[in-house]
Design a protein around this ligand. Sequence first.
Ligand code: SAM
Ligand code: SF4
Length: 334
Amino acid sequence: MESKLMDPFGRIHDYLRISVTDRCNLRCVYCMPEEGMQFEPTERILSYEEITSIVKALAPLGIRKLRLTGGEPLVRKGLDQLIAMLSAIPGIEDIALTTNGIYLAAYADLLKAAGLNRVNISLDSLKPERFASITRGGKVQRVLDGIKASQQAGFHPIKLNVVLMKGVNDDEVEDFLRMTLDDRIDIRFIEYMPIGDSGDGWRSGYLPLEQVLETCGASWNYEKSCGEVYGNGPADSYRIVGAAGTFGLIHPVSSHFCGNCNRLRLTADGNIKPCLYWSDEFNVRPLVGDDKAVQDLFYKALGAKPETHDMLKALNGQQIDGTPTLRHMSQIGG
Ligand code: SAM
Ligand code: SF4
């Protein structure tokens, strides 16, 4: 069945990103401030029953794919129970998780058994000290253990999200690419995005991604890969010739993929966000249990979905017509 969730620009939506918490066990420099974060009190966070009820209302409209994110989704207890509840909903075909990987070694088997289909793990450096500095205290070995446990649990391929930052980790491109040679690992290099009231600091760290191809070409032959399902992950995808895994470039800033946007977002406190960048939100929580009202609010949010974001204008210091969100990425889910 074709999704009924079409926005004013003809874009069909079949994908919902669900943030299950705004809390996190790390403090990545590009995502949230070191101190002073105000987390939502537990009673303001959607319960698993409420999330399930919302997805049940949306599945008949054509939502097929879900991604659980956060904050760090694995800091919320019993995530496997939510996955089991969601995977039992008729029409839901694919459930993915975006995680920093710190708790994955402990939970990978449980998540797989509950019905999780795919895992994206965020990993911005393979160097222990640098990883600790970017995440403000994280231990890279725990993430590497999490990757191994996920592979052993049967998640293939594993996607690794690498936010590439000028002067911070751009000297590690080759090391990341090497990880794709023998393992079914898909590395996704992501541009640094200006989300939240993070000031202008991101400009100095922003890096367009062309240099990934240059670095790759200096050591290997590579080819376009059609492995990536477009719309489920907006990456230009490549493969080093003969490699088991792939690598992709996600460049939302320099060359946005808004024309193919198929996603809606649900924040942990129950707000629908039609676009990652702008401030518009629609509070669905009071309507949970009334499927028709929930559906109508999603239609309303879709009707308000803008054609594009203005990250490139922000990068170039141009005037922006509209109000960018003040939420940090950890409060939206990426
Ligand atoms: N805690 C989980 C994690 O880190 O994977 C899930 C939530 S995190 C907000 C989701 C994704 O957003 C991560 O891959 C992270 O690297 C990315 N992200 C956060 N802030 C970003 C920024 N300013 N620019 C680009 N990506 C960002
Ligand atoms: Fe936490 Fe993920 Fe944000 Fe890092 S990127 S602070 S792990 S939510």
